[in-house]
Design a protein around this ligand. Structure first.
Ligand code: ATP
Length: 195
């Protein structure tokens, strides 16, 4: 079993995340890919972070019935900061023998990897799949890192939040179902249509 783990704040999930997830699933021939929204991201501020249950609900809407894609609520259901090493250790213990883990990461996160708690343990339990997002990647990423080149979809959650704060539509960035959810729940300062 080849399993992908896609950690992030997903505040909110957008089409860039989805496109990266689909590309990695196909390029690395993954059987399953779990999105893991973080509860309290240690390396990002909590400013403007909407509740975990909303972020998980939006991911569920975004992935729809895409085969093999799921949401893991491990981190949002635990108090305190979310450390990948703890989540991965738990998933590793529960996994059937022969499972390989592939941790997806955008190239913007690569330089901060050495700061991650338990990075040596993480690298023993999982391979990294680095998605080329904005920048260029070094040719040699090391033996335990796979590189995934994909046509960039230059969207970020920051852009989604900024547009919403300015009262603008975000359907082209997040897809129709997530856009409706954001409006219905008035997340990120969205104004409900007709309300
Ligand atoms: P923010 O703008 O709030 O910083 P973000 O759009 O970078 O958010 P995160 O939830 O922080 O989204 O990202 C989770 C993971 O998805 C990270 O590894 C990040 O690099 C990757 N990622 C985010 N957007 C894209 C994209 N457009 N294409 C490929 N990977 C992406």
């Amino acid at each position: 079993m080849r399993e992908g783990l896609f950690g992030g704040t997903f505040n909110p999930v957008h089409l860039g995340h989805l496109s990266a997830a689909k590309t990695v699933m196909s390029q690395l021939a993954l059987d399953r890919l779990r999105f893991i929204p973080s509860g309290h991201p240690p390396l990002k501020g909590a400013m403007g972070l909407v509740a975990g249950h909303h972020r998980a609900a939006m991911i569920r809407l975004a992935i729809g019935d895409h085969p093999g894609m799921e949401v893991c609520e491990d981190e949002i259901s635990r108090p305190g900061p979310s450390f990948t090493v703890e989540t991965l250790t738990r998933l590793h213990e529960q996994a059937p023998a022969g499972t390989t883990f592939h941790f997806l990461l955008g190239d913007d996160c690569l330089s901060r990897l050495p700061q991650w708690k338990g990075i040596a343990d993480i690298r023993r339990m999982a391979r990294f799949a680095i998605i080329r997002r904005n920048g260029c990647l070094p040719d040699d990423l090391g033996p335990d890192i796979d590189r995934v080149d994909m046509p960039g979809l230059p969207v970020s959650s920051t852009e989604v939040r900024e547009r919403l704060a300015n009262g603008r539509d975000v359907t082209d960035l997040v897809g129709p179902d997530v856009a409706v959810y954001i409006n219905q729940h008035r997340l990120y300062g969205a104004v409900q249509e007709g309300g």
